[in-house]
Each structure stands twice: as C-alpha cells, then as structure tokens.
Write a protein that binds this ligand. Structure first.
Ligand code: PLP
Length: 630
C-alpha cells in the first residue's frame, strides 16, 4: 500500500485485497468490492483485447452525492439562506453513459449541466429533459447557439446564457427580442484573483474569457437601457481547473461576492452566484499544494465557498444568492481506470547474461573488471567517473573501428554493473549528487506497454500531469525492478517517466520482474492507470492511428455472485475506422490491394491460393483493434 500510496489517492475507492490484487469499492465503505483481476478475466473471456478502460458507474453516483451532501452540510452549518444547485460541465466527459448516470444520480439534488459549445448544448438539451432543470451556457456564442438556448428556455428549462464578451450581450438581446422571450443572462467576471497550478491561466486579468470591471458596468448599462435589468440572473467566475491551494478559492470567492453585493445594491436582483470549477483531485495522495494534489478536502472546499459568500453578503446586507458550482473533474476523475498489458521489458541490468571474462581481455575491459572487483574499497563517485570515462573511450574507439562488438558489449555490461553498485551505495543517504540521481534513472528498465500515451493520457504528455499508476496484481510480492513505461507509438515522447510521490516526483515505478510460464511465454502482467475519468477520454488523439480503447462498464449488484456485473462493452476503434477518419475508404483500400494481388498472381510472384489467403487477412484485418493483439 505505502509503496504506491493507494490508501491515499485511492480515496477509499481503491485498495489492495489479501490476494495482492487491486480492488475497487465504488461506494466507499458502504458497498461491495470488485477485484479488478476478475474484471480483466471477464473482459478476456468475452474476447476483449487490451488496453481496456474500466468505468465504475457507481463511483459517478457516489461522487455526485458526495458533492451535493457536502454543500448541504455547509449550508446548514453556516445557516446560509440560499440553496446549492450544481451543474456538471459536460466537456470534462461527454460520453452519453457518463452524463446520463450523473443526471440520474443528480435528480434528487436538481443537478444540472454546463455546456461550452453548440454540440454540447445540443446534447444537453436532449438529455436534460425535466422542467426547471438547469443548463448553464458558457463559452463564446453565435446566433445559432443563442437560438438553441432560447429553445431550451421555451421548453421549460432554466437555460442561463453566460456572457463571455460584451458584444455577445448585444446579440443575446437582439435574438431574444426577435423570438419574443426574456433571456436569462449570466455574466462572467474577470477576477483579479488567479488560480495556481497547471490551469491557472483560466483566471486573472489576462484570462481569455469574462468581462473586466468596466465591461461589466457597460453590460449593466446595456441591460438597463433595454429595460432588461431583471434578466441579469447570475454572476459567474472560474479560476481554472485543479486548484491545488485552498487559499486561492477563499480569495476568489470573497472578491466575486463583493461584485455580487455591489451589483445587487445597484438594483440587479441576481439570483445565482456561480463559482465555476476548480475543485481539485488528489492525484498523488500527498494532500499538499503540489500541482497534482489539493491541500483541502471536499468539505473544506464547500465550507469555504458557503462561508465566504454568506459572510460578504451579511457584511454588505444583501440576500444570500443560490450557489452553483461547475465541478467536473472532482465528479468524474475517479470513475475510470485504464488497464494496460505489459508485453516485454528492456532491462539494463540482466543477471546471468552469458558473458564470460578471460585472462586476455581488452585493456578497457580489464580496467573495468578491476573497478568492479575493488568497488567496496573505492570512493564510489570516483569509481563511477572512472567507469564512465572507460565507456566513453570505448565509444570513440568503436566509432574509429578500433573495438570489436563483443568487447563493446562487455564494456557496456560492466559499466551498468558498476553503476548499479554505485547507486546502491548512495541509498538512504541524506544528500545524493545530481549525477547519481540521473544514473539511477538511466538504470531503470523500460516496460513495454500496449497503449498510446497520446490517445489515453494526453495531459501527461502535454502538461506533465501525474496519474497514480501501479501493477494490478502480485501486490503481496515485493517488486524487484524499477522502470518507466513506454507505449507502442513510434514517438519517443510516448512514455511515462514521471510518477507520483508524496514528497516529490519519481522518475521510475517499482515493478515486478516479468515471469514466464512452462512454455517459456511471458506471464500476463497488467498495470492500472487510475483517476482517468476527467478530460482524458475526449482529448486523446489518433497519433499513429491508435484509436479509442475498448471499454467495460461495471455496475455493483448484490444479487450477482461476484457482487457486480459488466453492463456494457463499447468496442474500441477498428483499423478500418481509424483509416476512415483520415479519408481512406475501406472499399477503395480493398480494391487497390486486390489489384496488386492479381498482378502478383499474373506475374507468378504468388500462388493464387496463397494470394487469396493473404488478401483475406488484409480484409479481415481492417476489422481488428488498432492496438497489438497477443
Ligand atoms: N467551468 C468552466 C467555465 C471551465 O472552464 C471548467 C474547466 O476548466 C470547468 C467548469 C470545470 O472545472 P473542473 O475541471 O475544475 O471541474
């Protein structure tokens, strides 16, 4: 547990059982646990290939309930006079099954949706079908967007259009007049307070969205002059996703509450204060203000929002507005995990690699053998520098044609052996020189994993966001290797070499040595990448044409022998589909292959029977998964 800190980032949703397997407990203490290894076996039994994304639909439910309950607790504790109405920002995970589950779980809490584009609004209008349900429209809008929002209003929903720039308000007023409705308008304020962390640029004075103080005043003038002051229903701000430090939230809420109070006193009967997103997820379990963590709990977050809005309103003697928050990450991050299969490892240090040393070795080999033999007596840093020098000499000699391959192999092996001993000697010391830290990283294995960082973990590649990662079984055996994970894209960036740590960032992950079965084949070894439910699903791209991954949706069910069932399987992209997305027509591809095969038969390069078999393989292959299938 402590090796991978699962008891910290797992947030009671993930833990390790007695068999040494990772288990999920989607309802935290209240429900049954699901052994991930059982889900893997079931997926395999149903013919699914890896990578596979597992969604725990019950976690979504639990998250929606937790956030609503936390706000309700705070409202009671601080005797707050308004209510809480959350919305789910659909951009964080647009998958229909995810949104439907959230809306279903959110019904008792009047939970709504936030949309930021026309496609999201089109989805939201159809899914959010209850009278009075809340839809917040953020993002830049055109006439089509505004018309659809007004359609929602006519259908009895509470659709609030949040003005992101001043000209938008003019258009909202014009179109609403044409359609004969009074729009519900929100205004996004550009606060001085700015978040911290990787998404901090969403807030502050240079943010892409929102109205400055003078623009805000101009907007109020515009509304008043049109006789539409009563349409100003909501004040919104957003300081960026994944806010690590609660102080940022406190400051922003106070600043925005002052805006609300002053506007109220100017005669605008604003009903809602929308505090945006920002509620973070403790990806590394450190409960700190690191980028991948949060130094606050959910309850502390809701307490601070409710307390400060109430406090400022009391001081300004204005009514408490209803509070809306737009947390997406904190609702969906925990519910999905990716299972990737390791299909090999590149090991720098191999014991018993069949190299034998004799009396007559190359002088460089002899010198390195000497260093290795006497290492216990030598200054370790000096020994390392000497070994490094020999390795560099060997490289130059090889380039000039003065060193044979077997000698080069011996020199490299001895260098890594010495390097390992040197690294070992620094273990546990308070100060470790930078070059030894680098040496340790370079000694790590590379575990070859069947997945694409660009499809499944884009924020790790683009922003260095950390996700908890660990083996899914063998967890009652101590791992003996340290390694990084490399994917199957033909891109050196396609790797994971930064891992969570409570104090810092690790460059390697403790891993088990890959085992072999009786037939000499590698035993399956699966690694889980956790807390993947926010943003990653939609942002992934088709680099190397590796497509969407297979998915299984798991539901708890006490009547099932295993305590759960797999409700749905969504098959990942096929090779044909991936090619179609870049304009290759499947039939045209087949036709072109057939023409080449016919030509090969005609010119006797292939026998007809063999040619037809291969053509068949090609055609059937277009229906295959884009990832490696073992
Ligand atoms: N609301 C707005 C306007 C956003 O831009 C975002 C994302 O950055 C969110 C809500 C979701 O925030 P979070 O990722 O913190 O849940």
């Amino acid at each position: 547990r402590s090796l991978y800190n699962i008891n910290r980032w797992g947030a009671k949703y993930f833990d390790i059982n007695e068999a040494g397997h990772v288990v999920a407990t989607p309802l935290q203490e209240a429900g049954a646990s699901v052994d991930i290894t059982d889900v893997i076996e079931e997926a395999k039994g149903r013919g699914l290939k890896f990578p596979v994304l597992i969604r725990f639909q019950d976690i979504l439910r639990n998250r929606v309930e937790s956030i609503n309950t936390a706000f309700r607790n705070s409202i009671t504790e601080f005797n707050y006079q308004g209510s809480y109405r959350g919305v789910f920002p659909i951009k964080v995970n647009q998958l229909r099954e995810v949104v439907e589950e959230i809306l279903e779980a959110g019904k008792p809490f009047n939970f709504g949706l936030e949309v930021g584009s026309k496609p999201e609004l089109f989805a939201g209008l159809a899914l959010q079908n209850q009278i009075g349900s809340l839809i917040i429209c953020n993002g830049y809008k055109d006439a089509g967007f505004i018309k659809m929002a007004i359609l929602g209003q006519k259908l009895g929903k509470k659709v609030i259009m949040v003005v992101e720039k001043l000209e938008e308000l003019r258009q909202i007023i014009t179109i609403s007049k044409q359609l004969g409705v009074e729009p519900s308008v929100g205004i996004r304020a550009r606060l001085h307070s700015k978040g911290a962390g990787k998404w901090a640029e969403s807030g502050g004075e240079n943010a892409k969205f929102g109205l400055s103080t003078s623009e805000l005043l101009a907007a109020t003038e515009m509304l008043k002059s049109e006789g539409l002051g009563q349409c100003f229903k909501l004040l919104h701000f957003h300081i960026g996703s994944q806010v690590p430090d609660i102080l940022t939230v406190k400051k922003a809420v106070q600043e925005a509450s002052r805006f609300y109070a002053k506007l109220f006193k100017m005669g605008f009967n604003i009903e809602y204060m929308d505090v945006g997103g920002g509620l973070g997820v403790d990806y590394d379990g450190s409960r700190s203000a690191f980028d991948s963590s949060t130094n606050y709990t959910l309850q502390e977050y809701t307490n601070d929002i409710v307390y400060y809005v109430g406090d400022v309103c009391n001081a300004e003697k204005v009514p408490h507005p209803h509070i809306i928050s737009e947390s997406g990450r904190a609702i969906v991050a925990h519910h999905s995990m990716l299972v990737v299969e390791v299909f090999g490892a590149i090991e720098k240090i191999r014991s018993g690699n069949g190299i034998h040393y004799t009396e007559n070795e190359h002088p460089l080999v002899k010198e390195l053998l000497d260093i290795r033999k006497n290492i216990s007596k030598l200054n370790k840093l000096e020994a390392y520098h000497d070994a490094l020098e020999r390795k560099d000499d060997a490289h130059h000699m090889f380039t000039l044609g003065m060193l044979e391959l077997p000698d080069k192999a011996k020199i490299e092996n001895l260098y890594w052996d010495i390097g390992q001993e040197v690294v070992q000697s620094f273990k546990g010391q308070a100060y470790i020189p930078e070059e030894i830290v680098k040496l340790e990283d370079s000694l790590g294995d590379q575990y070859l994993c069947n997945f694409s960082v660009f499809q499944s973990l884009l924020d790790h590649w683009a922003l260095g966001q950390l996700f908890p990662i660990m083996p899914l079984s063998k967890l009652n055996e101590r791992p003996t290797r340290e390694g990084t994970l490399v994917d199957i894209t033909c891109d050196s960036d396609g790797q994971i070499n930064k891992f969570i740590d409570l104090r810092d960032v690790r460059d390697t992950l403790p891993l088990h040595k890959l085992g072999t079965n009786g037939n000499g084949q590698q035993e399956p070894y699966y690694i889980g990448i956790f807390l993947m439910g926010a943003y990653q699903d939609i942002m992934g791209d088709l680099h190397n044409l590796f497509g969407r991954v297979n998915e299984v949706h798991v539901f708890l069910d006490p009547d099932e022998p295993a305590g759960y069932y797999v409700e749905e399987i969504i098959e990942g992209t096929t090779i044909g589909q991936a090619l179609a997305s870049v304009q290759y027509d499947e039939n045209e591809l087949k036709r072109r292959m057939k023409a080449q095969i016919d030509e090969a038969i005609k010119s006797d390069r292939m026998k007809p029977s063999e040619a037809m078999r291969l053509l068949d393989d090609y055609e059937r292959g277009l229906k295959d998964y884009t990832y490696l299938t073992f």
